[in-house]
Design a protein around this ligand. Structure first.
Ligand code: ATR
Length: 285
């Protein structure tokens, strides 16, 4: 071996693409997952130009990238550039995770799976046999319908500010299983055991115009946003009698864990990562 230098292998490269992307917690979460599992990888944030997402991803691939997360506003484009699309991404009409294999791009969406995993594993709330209400009819709800139906609730209802959007979803996904659709005021069968705010209202500090009758003493009210403290939705749910209100910090870590497992073949433990992320954010209540 005289005269020969030994080099450590290059770490596998991953990234999160967004615009803006500086706020993303994904680099910290994946660095911690890598440390915990002993996986050698590098994970960075990449702010793609708004009109250059596909080019940016392909440059990253050509430079040895193995996969990426995708955040706002590129989730629809991420699906469009994929050579292969997994069922949850197809259902959501958007991808939040890509894997690069033999020059091909495979698209997945772990947002809905992360949500269901957080509710069941971390919050200890069994969905099977429960009455579930999803608020909203945008991409977040589209991504959640299949994971929720797979969790075998007694019933799933979708309610949206614009009832027609909810009815369109019901028509589009009728083949998946039975669920109800309505506007906020004409939701039938209230109260619900689980009410998920999958509207974007909390991002703007707004409360969806929902009735108090949706909640009972054992309702889990779940807001998909995180890092906003006590949102108007969480506050309204609690004053309307809900037993518990939580935000989406656990969902963020759970969807990241699914991505990590998909890329690396090993699923990291999430509890401590959720705790430390939670501690770094504005506190709820
Ligand atoms: P996302 O991809 O995050 O789901 P989206 O596709 O833009 O975002 O969808 C936003 C959802 O939030 C919609 O269901 C929207 O309701 P409308 O279809 O009636 O527009 C809902 N939404 C946004 N702001 C809201 C508010 N202040 N009150 C109630 N619903 C709101």
């Amino acid at each position: 071996m005289k005269g020969r230098l030994a080099h450590a292998p290059e770490p596998d490269r991953y990234a999160v693409f967004g615009n803006p992307v500086a706020h993303s917690r994904s680099p910290g979460i994946h660095a911690e997952f890598a440390r915990m599992t002993g996986e050698t990888l590098e994970y960075q944030s990449i702010e793609s130009p708004l009109d250059g997402f596909a080019c940016c991803v392909r440059t990253f691939m050509a430079g040895g990238g193995r996969g990426c997360n995708v955040t706002t506003p590129f989730k629809l484009q991420a699906l469009a550039i994929a050579d292969e699309c997994r069922p949850h991404a197809a259902m959501a009409g958007a991808a939040n995770c890509l894997k690069f294999e033999d020059g091909r791009i495979i698209a997945e969406n772990f947002d809905g799976i992360g949500l269901v995993n957080d509710i069941r594993r971390n919050l200890g709330y069994e969905i099977a046999g429960r009455n579930v209400l999803l608020l909203g009819a945008g991409g977040a709800v589209r991504g959640a319908i299949l994971p929720f139906l797979e969790a075998r609730p007694a019933r799933v209802a979708i309610a949206n500010r614009c009832a027609d959007e909810a009815l369109s979803l019901k028509a589009a996904f009728a083949n998946l299983g039975a669920f109800e659709a309505s506007g906020f005021d004409d939701v039938e069968g209230a109260p619900f055991d689980l009410v998920v705010n999958a509207t974007s209202a909390s991002l703007f500090g707004q409360l969806p115009a929902i009735p108090a009758r949706l909640f009972h003493h054992d309702t889990l009210a779940y807001d998909l946003v995180y890092g906003k403290g006590l949102t108007p939705f969480m506050s309204f749910a609690l004053t309307s009698g809900a037993g518990r209100a939580v935000d989406g910090v656990g969902m963020v870590v759970e969807q990241a864990a699914e991505a990590f497992a998909w890329w690396r073949g090993v699923r990291p433990e999430t509890g401590t990562v959720i705790q430390s992320l939670q501690a770094s954010l504005p506190q709820i209540g």
